[in-house]
Design a binder for this molecule. Structure first.
Ligand SMILES: C[S@@+](CC[C@H](N)C(=O)[O-])C[C@H]1O[C@@H](n2cnc3c(N)ncnc32)[C@H](O)[C@@H]1O
Length: 352
């Protein structure tokens, strides 16, 4: 079949593509295991034999070799004679001991609680179950709160996604027009720190307590003045703090169904002055005929499945769907600014 993203493939190419899709979950699990064991951290220092790596990571040498050889074939590692492995450009991205990285994102997306959730994908089509909750007995936010490794990995994964996109965002969107910007659901504060540093405005970081408690140390590492960013812990469903003339929300509203998103947006409206804005930072699921892939390789339509698996009613939406959602709460779309990454900025105001 010919589609917009798949123009006329030969049978061989079509089969290769489907084999690739089938193998994709093996690839992610090999990446997960090696990242979790710290193999990429070790190889970033120097090339090492599989025997040394197995001894350092307390793993079975022959089984570890099977995984590392596969990672070599995938181009993640380089294998030299004598079963010696070395780093590559790809493995460098998966190093996890030098700040938030793609390795944290890889581990967050492929850790066992997520794999267990995906087993419930078919089930959720016939029932009301939320796959993550069905598999793990609690919500993703409760799970990350209760499991320190998962919580830490999640926070670092989010910080990686921020660092990955923030420079491009700040090149094209000017936050210096605002006196105070608040990041709602802002994680450990990487985005608000960058906004404050670049634009000179004041910042507020708002998130749940177990996340904000990690933010102080993170913000200090960014070299910020202690009063530049006020940290407020709370629940967005109870109240959104006032004091900002713009609210940014990055990959936050997409975790909620329309009913919850409307509650959140109404609380934001109460917190904002008349001239206030919301700057929604998101990837959009493309409409038919638009390119399916973001400039940085993310497939928003596939990410939408991950969000459906992870959170109740979570929805990555099209641009039109976001516009409709915000309009229901009295916000008007003022502009859309693409950034050249997966993120676009949609600026909403409260009208005249
Ligand atoms: C998907 S993460 C996005 C984090 C950050 N905006 C980013 O893009 O890196 C969602 C964030 O919302 C926060 N959050 C979830 N429920 C919340 C609530 N009820 N009130 C405030 N924050 C909440 C989570 O702790 C998490 O930091």
């Amino acid at each position: 079949m010919q589609t917009a993203s798949n123009p006329a493939l030969s049978t061989i190419e079509a089969k290769k593509k489907v084999f690739g899709m089938i193998q994709a979950f093996w690839e992610s699990q090999c990446v997960y295991v090696a990242t979790r064991l710290g193999i990429f951290n070790l190889l970033q220092e120097k090339s090492q034999s599989v025997e040394t790596l197995a001894a350092t990571t307390s793993t079975n040498v022959e089984k570890l070799y099977v995984i590392l050889r596969a990672l070599g074939h995938l181009g993640v590692l380089q294998e030299a004679p004598g079963r010696v492995f070395g780093a590559t450009e790809l493995s460098a991205l998966l190093v996890t001991n030098a700040g938030p990285s793609m390795g944290h994102f890889a581990m967050h997306i492929t850790e066992p609680c997520q794999w267990d959730a995906w087993k419930e994908l078919e089930n959720c089509l016939h029932t009301d179950v939320v796959p993550f909750e069905q598999a793990n007995g609690k919500s993703v936010y409760e799970f990350t709160r209760d499991n320190p490794w998962s919580g830490d990995t999640f926070i670092n994964a989010m910080s990686f996604l921020t660092n990955h996109a923030v420079d491009a965002l700040l090149e094209v969107y000017d936050f210096s027009q605002f006196g105070t910007v608040m990041d709602v659901g802002g994680g450990q504060g990487g985005l608000i720190a960058s906004i404050v540093k670049k634009s000179g405005c004041k910042g507020i970081l708002f998130d749940v307590p177990y996340v904000t408690q990690t933010a102080i140390a993170y913000l200090e590492k960014q070299g910020l003045d202690v009063d530049a960013v006020q940290i407020i812990s709370g629940d967005v469903f109870a109240e959104v703090p006032s004091g900002a003339d713009a609210i940014v929300m990055k990959y936050f509203i997409s975790a909620w169904n329309d009913e919850d998103a409307i509650k959140i947006l109404n609380n934001c409206k109460k917190a904002l002055p008349k001239h206030g804005k919301i700057v929604l930072l998101q990837a959009f699921v493309p409409d038919l005929g638009e390119p399916p892939e973001s400039p940085d390789g993310i497939l928003p339509g596939l990410f939408a499945v991950q969000i459906m698996v992870a959170v109740p009613g979570g929805a990555w939406r099209t641009q039109q769907q976001f516009k409709d959602l915000f309009e229901k709460c009295g916000f008007q779309l003022e502009k859309v600014v693409p950034t050249g990454t997966n993120l676009s900025a949609m600026e909403f105001g409260l009208g005249a």
